[in-house]
Design a protein around this ligand. Structure first.
Ligand SMILES: NC(=O)c1ccc[n+]([C@@H]2O[C@H](COP(=O)([O-])OP(=O)(O)OC[C@H]3O[C@@H](n4cnc5c(N)ncnc54)[C@H](OP(=O)(O)O)[C@@H]3O)[C@@H](O)[C@H]2O)c1
Length: 352
């Protein structure tokens, strides 16, 4: 990978770009996704979530199998509570194969209780320590939502009140994620992360980051699949020369996606599966996808979505599928009433 890119853009110059015109990164999806500045990454990676937090040998061996079978981009996060196990597993793999750290591209994410400059930097170091890595390839802010850190245990994900409920108020209301960005920039300057980015931010929040950023985000991770195209946000991100990385690209395998007639029709036409069609559709829109699978057949099937192409008619058909609500809300990770939080990101960019 090449050196980090420093952008001179100001919020004013960025705003001159017409939101309807795609001037984003170039894509050669047959082999690679080319990020702003020429950085090349695989267009398909592997999600991890919290499935690996218990030391489940079978899951870990399936995870290693994915890397051995060709996955190189791996999505992790502090909140998934899995980095220690992943780190051990990857070390084991590196000890027994010729795969090296440089072959892997690992995403890490700063958690919501670490939204000050110092704490975000500290959180990156904690993640690296757990993974036993010297650096992360992509360090993201996991959510724009800042929450109160635990007073005595810095590793805790939440602070609980005496009655057991989770405390939401955050002292640095509305500046937390800007501060966290400064922490990520510091980590990037010191080489702890190679590139930095965001997850779950809306357009307004990304603009605020751009207005203070010394280092521009290269990637924004958002929910995107055929039943939630997230067009307004993803087009805006690409128009502003950042890459889109799609989480839950299979909508968590929900029946609405798996049994969708249009996806099935297109899959039948190409003798493929709805999973492959969904992933391929996203990649052909110029997005990176990070499906999670701990089944070796599914892993292979997903990777194999690189080996066929949808035509314009297929793309148009899929683009006309009626849209549903997104499937991931902060409540999935933050079991508290979030829409009232000042940094709640969802809703305003929806055009589905
Ligand atoms: N930044 C964020 O806030 C955020 C939020 C959500 C997710 N993420 C990231 O995105 C990753 C992916 O999202 P996700 O885990 O929510 O959902 P997903 O990838 O859309 O779906 C995962 C589910 O699909 C199944 N599956 C995968 N490939 C399949 C295939 N070919 N055939 C049949 N079933 C298949 C998996 O089961 P098997 O194991 O049986 O294959 C698993 O149950 C996460 O793991 C995480 O790394 C990030």
């Amino acid at each position: 990978m090449t050196a980090p890119i420093i952008y001179e853009d100001t919020i004013e110059s960025i705003d001159l770009i017409d939101d309807n015109v795609l001037v984003g990164p170039n894509y050669d999806i047959l082999t690679k996704h080319i990020m702003p500045g020429g950085l090349e990454v695989p267009p398909i990676g592997l999600g991890s979530s919290d499935d690996l937090k218990k030391n489940d040998n079978q899951k870990i061996s399936q995870f290693l199998n994915a890397i051995e079978s060709g996955y190189r981009l791996i999505d992790t996060a502090y909140k998934y509570d899995n980095q220690r196990h992943l780190g051990l597993a990857i070390r084991q793999l590196m000890d027994t194969t010729n795969i090296t750290r440089n072959d892997l591209i690992v995403v890490t994410k700063v958690w919501s209780t670490f939204h000050t400059r110092e704490r975000a930097f500290e959180n990156v170091k904690m993640e690296l320590q757990d993974l036993q890595f010297d650096y992360s390839d992509f360090g993201l802010i996991h959510y724009p939502i800042s929450i109160t850190p635990h007073e005595s245990n810095p590793r805790e994900y939440f602070t609980y009140s005496a009655n057991g409920s989770i405390q939401t108020p955050y002292p640095q209301r509305d500046v937390g994620y800007l501060e966290a960005w400064r922490g990520l920039e510091a980590a990037e300057r010191l080489g702890l992360v190679k590139y930095i980015g965001l997850a779950n931010f809306n357009i307004h929040q990304i603009k605020r980051i751009l207005s203070v950023a010394v280092v521009k985000p290269v990637v924004v991770q958002v929910e995107c699949h055929p039943l939630y195209r997230n067009d307004k946000l993803t087009n805006w991100i690409k128009a502003h020369n950042m890459s889109v990385m799609c989480y839950s690209p299979l909508r968590k395998c929900s029946p609405e996606l798996v049994n969708n007639n249009v996806l099935q029709e297109v899959a039948d036409k190409h003798k493929r599966t709805v999973y492959q069609v969904s992933l391929r559709w996203n990649m052909q829109r110029g997005h990176i996808v990070i499906p999670r699978s701990f089944d070796k057949h599914h892993q292979k099937e997903n990777l194999d979505s690189l080996n066929f192409a949808l035509d314009q008619q297929d793309m148009d058909k899929i683009n006309a599928i009626p849209q549903l609500q997104k499937i991931i809300y902060p409540g999935n990770l933050l079991p508290i009433s979030m829409p009232s939080h000042p940094d709640y990101p969802f809703g305003e960019d929806d055009d589905n």
